[in-house]
Design a protein around this ligand. Structure first.
Ligand SMILES: [Zn+2]
Length: 211
């Protein structure tokens, strides 16, 4: 998919959900797409995953869910939720079950697309412009901190977004962590074999209601 196409899809998505302010309520956007979000401790290398299938996913009470690792910071969790939601919007196939998880490693094509979509949804350009205009021309590091705080994203995510929107004032100097995400699409058969924690643990995990 072309970069412009992904940006357009992200803008359409924001328009559809009528985003009115920031930090963007990413959990509410998932709920609006009928996807529940859960936060729980996952293996260290896993940031989160998404499951879309007809039947209930083992222990969660739904077959449409995103789970994020509680061990990650709240800002990082927000990005993971947006990234998983991006897979749903960009890469889903109505006839196939869908599973993806995000962990430390290298970015593939779908991963870059999901990151770009996530970044555009969490930091829509009109809001970022507004924010930057308000601040005038501060030193680069202040701008990154300011945008990271206002949009509740990590400094790495803020820097990447600023460098896309304002390449002259914000060059990508920081080395950001790279992520790999495994994608699996399959016919409507159970995906519940992908186990992260035991089902009995999951029973005690309520969905996130808003945010
Ligand atoms: Zn991914």
């Amino acid at each position: 998919m072309q970069t412009n196409e992904i940006i357009e899809k992200a803008e359409e998505f924001c328009k559809k959900h009528n985003l009115t302010g920031y930090p963007v309520k990413i959990v509410d956007l998932c709920l609006a797409e009928d996807i529940q979000v859960f936060e729980r401790y996952l293996p260290e290398e896993v940031s989160g995953f998404i499951v879309i299938q007809e039947e209930v996913f083992d222990g969660y009470g739904t077959g449409r869910l995103i789970v994020v690792n509680l061990a990650d910071s709240p800002r990082r969790r927000r990005f993971t939720i947006a990234h998983e939601l991006a897979h749903y919007i960009l890469h889903k196939d109505e006839n196939l079950s869908y599973y993806a998880h995000r962990d430390a490693g290298q970015n593939g094509g779908d991963e870059k697309e999901a990151n770009l979509f996530a970044s555009n949804v969490l930091m829509p350009h009109t809001f970022v412009n507004e924010c930057v205009e308000r601040l005038g021309e501060p030193p680069q590091y202040l701008l990154i901190d300011y945008v990271a705080d206002k949009f509740a994203v990590s400094k790495d995510a803020a820097q990447v977004r600023l460098s896309q929107l304002f390449p002259k004032i914000c060059r990508c100097g920081r080395k950001s962590r790279r992520f790999r995400c495994s994608l699996r699409r399959r016919r409507m058969t159970s995906l519940s074999r992908f186990s992260f924690g035991s089902p009995s643990d999951r029973g005690t995990c309520p969905p996130v209601r808003s945010g």
